[in-house]
Design a protein around this ligand. Structure first.
Ligand code: DAT
Ligand code: MG
Length: 151
């Protein structure tokens, strides 16, 4: 079976606020495997495709403007159950409702500036990875620590 992957992104506010290391570190320390990482400013077309399920929402334009407002750090993380676990590490969409200890709970105050994205299903993990990295373009490697993380 194919390894589960999640598309995780530090949004422009997270990059501007110098939170990249903090956020990457949380996924590293948890024990997931980094498969891809790049910094760049996404275009409107990419942002709209990424958030296409929300295209009818009143906040869609603001959301696309925000995501395209500066560089993001696009990442792919792999691991058993990574999609659901990453959502837990990230916390609720509204940072004021996110539990302390989560990224949004610790580092953000507003839904429109919630510093990080995480895929909501394994299917979307694949879809978003293909969208942001191109299919087949993420690295495949075996961390030397793997036997110390999984029996
Ligand atoms: P999540 O990012 O937790 O998966 P989502 O997929 O429902 O949340 O929405 C994507 C992003 O859209 C979210 O991170 C911030 C923005 N957003 C969602 N609901 C919003 C709202 N009610 N008002 C403003 N922005 C919203
Ligand atoms: Mg979502």
């Amino acid at each position: 079976v194919r390894a589960e992957i999640s598309y995780i992104m530090v949004k422009p506010d997270g990059v501007q606020r110098g939170l990249v290391g903090e956020i990457v570190g949380r996924f590293e320390r948890k024990g997931f495997t980094l498969r891809g990482l790049k910094l760049f400013t996404p275009g409107k077309e990419l942002a709209e495709e990424h958030y296409k399920d929300l295209s009818q929402k009143p906040f869609f334009k603001d959301l696309v403007d925000y995501i395209t407002s500066g560089p993001v750090v696009a990442m792919v993380w792999e691991g058993d159950g990574v999609v659901k676990s990453a959502r837990k590490l990230i916390g609720s969409t509204n940072p004021l409702e996110a539990e302390p200890g989560t990224i949004r709970g610790d580092l953000a105050v507003q839904t429109g500036r919630n510093v990080v994205h995480g895929s909501d299903s394994p299917e979307n993990g694949e879809r978003e990875t293909a969208l942001w990295f191109g299919s087949g373009s993420v690295e495949q490697w075996q961390p030397a620590l793997a036997p110390w993380l999984r029996e």
